[in-house]
Write a protein that binds this ligand. Sequence first.
Ligand SMILES: C[C@@](CO)(OP(=O)(O)O)[C@H](O)COP(=O)(O)OP(=O)(O)OC[C@H]1O[C@@H](n2ccc(N)nc2=O)[C@H](O)[C@@H]1O
Ligand SMILES: Nc1ncnc2c1ncn2[C@@H]1O[C@H](COP(=O)(O)OP(=O)(O)O)[C@@H](O)[C@H]1O
Length: 337
Amino acid sequence: MSPAGLWAAASAPAKTNLALHVGDPGPDGFHPLETLFIAVDVHETVTASINSHVTRRGSGVLVSVSPAPGSEYAEMIQSGAARLSDIPLDSSNLAVRAALAVCAAYECNPGIELRIDKAVPVAGGMGGGSADAAAALVAVDALLARHLDRPRLGRERLMGIGSELGADVPFMVLGGLAEGRGRGNDLRAVETGNQLHVVFVPQDQGLSTPAVFRQWDRAHRATVDQGSAQAPDPLNRTLVTAAAVGDAAGVATWVRNDLQPPAIELLPELAALLNHGVDLGALAGWVSGSGPTVCFLARSAQDADNLVDGLRREHRHAFSTTGPVEGAQLIPEWGTI
Ligand SMILES: C[C@@](CO)(OP(=O)(O)O)[C@H](O)COP(=O)(O)OP(=O)(O)OC[C@H]1O[C@@H](n2ccc(N)nc2=O)[C@H](O)[C@@H]1O
Ligand SMILES: Nc1ncnc2c1ncn2[C@@H]1O[C@H](COP(=O)(O)OP(=O)(O)O)[C@@H](O)[C@H]1O
């Protein structure tokens, strides 16, 4: 706890992509995307406090990570399917980078301690590190505004800062359902109605996002080499409308992830799992983002629970979520702000 007793906590959701259309990379190596993000109700929580002792150590931001009690991630740690040591605790941690970026915006680093309560499996294509960054942006903004008695930077400015940290970070601040273009950080919010029920099946092994994009490149080398770089296909408006109104059958028909084939090339067992979920009653299955977490769409909360039960009977990790949910938020009752 900070000597001044000043601390703030924020949560941010995980995501999947109901559409992920990839174009040929530009000179910076990044791939232009057309994507439809949906934020789901599994959350990372970041608690930030001021600790002047921390300024004398390293970057001036200290981070610790614990599995969120009761989360599937905590179970994965307990069963040996995931290791906390996969998460860096130095200045490459996305939450640390986010805290430092907010400090830079305020031109002040009084020494900050971060605690991450992690519920989102690591390197799974669910944007857990980006959610940590988004929650840290919101928590540290509130903390420094109060510490310095200044107005908060606010959501728009935090999304701009998040853009510099990673392609997914601005969406984790925004949340809901949103179309993403460019690197995925040029966002347009979509108004939504009913909720969708999505079952996530995390894998014991992670996949590196750059490795999956490189695998995609191998299959598309011909067009890049010929100097005829292809833009990503535009989003399917029928899918966007179906997701907006919570029409699960419509989403199941049109869901599309261009990174799924390269993810399956890197982890071939994903193909059988995708078919198996549909055999167990899912409306559709897809790889979440760059994978390897697999998602299944269920018609109802009951169908989602039945699917989770079926998968868990086979000793798989699985949990059900709903979305869209809101983006990064302060948790007033967890802080002194
Ligand atoms: C694929 C997606 C889909 O939402 O997320 P994940 O499923 O991995 O969570 C995103 O595009 C990833 O977002 P994020 O994980 O924030 O990526 P970044 O840190 O910005 O970039 C990591 C690396 O991915 C590659 N990258 C990322 C985004 C993009 N539009 N083109 C790319 O080629 C680059 O090699 C980059 O160095
Ligand atoms: N706070 C963080 N939590 C998890 N991973 C992090 C974090 N900060 C940096 N990383 C690094 O980012 C990589 C991707 O993590 P993550 O965001 O969970 O996956 P994905 O990009 O597939 O959604 C990890 O393998 C890890 O090395």
